[in-house]
Design a protein around this ligand. Structure first.
Ligand SMILES: O=P(O)(O)OC[C@H]1O[C@H](OP(=O)(O)OP(=O)(O)O)[C@H](O)[C@@H]1O
Ligand SMILES: Nc1nc2[nH]cnc2c(=O)[nH]1
Length: 185
């Protein structure tokens, strides 16, 4: 199906699962080469990364460890902005090679927060592997962003782990929100 509807919103297909699988395989091969003779720790950022993380690590032939973290956002009572909190970050990352796995990097705020937390533990190295990147939405460059599956336009996407109002994470393909044509003047 090339067009789907989730609640009030229509989506067009953007990336078919075959295409995602091929790109994931290539990224896995590259990581196997880059981390030869090392034992990286893959840290998936929940919820969105769960399918990509699962498919990616199946391509990894190195000895490696895995963990998942969850980042929550909430507003502080002093109205000084949004505060994030990370749950589940392993506490033994000193001198380890870390690969953070994301489904999407949009503004980059989530990743900036996670990177700050990870560096507190003095890891040997930190790289980021994200299936999707929205270059036009990124607020500041992320030098750790080493592996990117696909660059996408600044449009809302859903499927293969990514949700719309909690729905659509189970979709096999990735879809983009249909733009509503503005009425003629
Ligand atoms: O670059 P940013 O603008 O910070 O956006 C990227 C983050 O947004 C999504 O997570 P979300 O907070 O929606 O949680 P989810 O993974 O549970 O859907 C996605 O999984 C990234 O972690
Ligand atoms: N589902 C979804 N989550 C996001 N988080 C940041 N950008 C997006 C997006 O385009 N789609």
């Amino acid at each position: 199906m090339n067009t789907i509807k989730i609640e009030d919103k229509e989506f067009d297909i953007l990336l078919e699962n075959d295409n995602i699988a091929k790109r994931t395989r290539l990224i896995g091969i590259q990581i196997n080469v880059d981390y030869e003779n090392r034992c990286p720790v893959f840290i998936g950022v929940l919820n969105g990364s769960f399918l990509f993380m699962a498919d990616l690590v199946k391509e990894i032939t190195l000895p490696c460890e895995m963990a998942f973290i969850r980042v929550s956002s909430y507003k502080d009572t002093q109205s000084t902005g949004e505060i994030k909190e990370a749950f589940g970050l392993p506490g033994n990352l000193k001198d380890r090679d870390i690969i953070l796995v994301e489904d999407i990097v949009d503004t980059g705020f989530t990743l900036a927060y996670i990177l700050k937390e990870v560096y507190k533990q003095q890891p040997a190295s930190v790289k980021v592997c994200s299936l999707l990147l929205k270059p036009e939405a990124l607020k500041a460059p992320i030098e750790e962003l080493e592996y990117v599956g696909f660059e996408v336009a600044n449009e809302f996407v859903v499927g293969y782990g990514l949700d719309y109002n909690g729905l659509g994470r189970n979709l096999n393909h990735i879809y983009k929100a249909k733009t509503v044509a503005s009425p003629l003047p």
